[in-house]
Write a protein that binds this ligand. Structure first.
Ligand SMILES: [Zn+2]
Length: 172
């Protein structure tokens, strides 16, 4: 995870999906170029160059509002999130690490990796279904989620906080 949370000029994270964070070198660049104000610092972390030293920013806020990209990428993580980390066949809720991706129409029968043909499955269901389709109907018809739907799901799970101050900006 990166070191510094990037807030938009309105005080909200530029992005929650994924969380808008940058590494410390970039954070210092924003600061030096005066493109952002620093709201929080990593108190116990100072970096040095030959000529200067500075604590590392933990939260910065951009001076200019950046239009958020409301795109929803088709990734396994986002499919699991859309399905609330719940097996679409037996309804068991899982940790993300236990989720597997199932193709409703199996790949062997021409099924593609799309929002409409991909669902979350537990390992036993995925194994049991294998390349069958008959009798295996997902609980919820899989569709492409909106950015806001996914964001709402994302907020239900804890974020990894690189700095304790992040919590107040993320939970909104
Ligand atoms: Zn299952």
């Amino acid at each position: 995870m990166a070191d510094c949370l990037v807030l938009n000029a309105d005080g909200n994270p530029v992005s929650l999906l994924p969380l808008s964070t940058i590494v410390w070198e970039e954070a210092i660049k924003y600061m030096v170029l005066d493109k952002a104000s620093v709201l929080e610092w990593h108190d116990d972390w100072i970096v040095h160059s030959a000529r200067w030293s500075t604590p590392v920013p933990a939260v910065i806020m951009l001076r200019d509002y950046m239009k958020p990209k409301m795109t929803v990428r088709l990734t396994k993580r986002n499919i699991f999130m859309r399905d609330k980390w719940t097996c679409q066949y037996c309804s068991v809720e899982m940790q993300e690490k236990d989720c597997t991706l199932d193709h409703v129409v199996p790949c062997s029968k021409g099924g593609k990796t799309t929002w409409e043909n991909s669902v979350t499955a537990c390992k036993p269901c995925n194994y049991g279904k294998a390349d069958k389709q008959k009798g295996w109907v997902p609980k919820a018809k899989p569709t492409k989620p909106s950015y806001y739907q996914l964001m709402e799901r994302r907020r239900q799970k804890p974020f990894n906080l690189r700095h304790p101050s992040w919590a107040q900006f993320i939970t909104g």
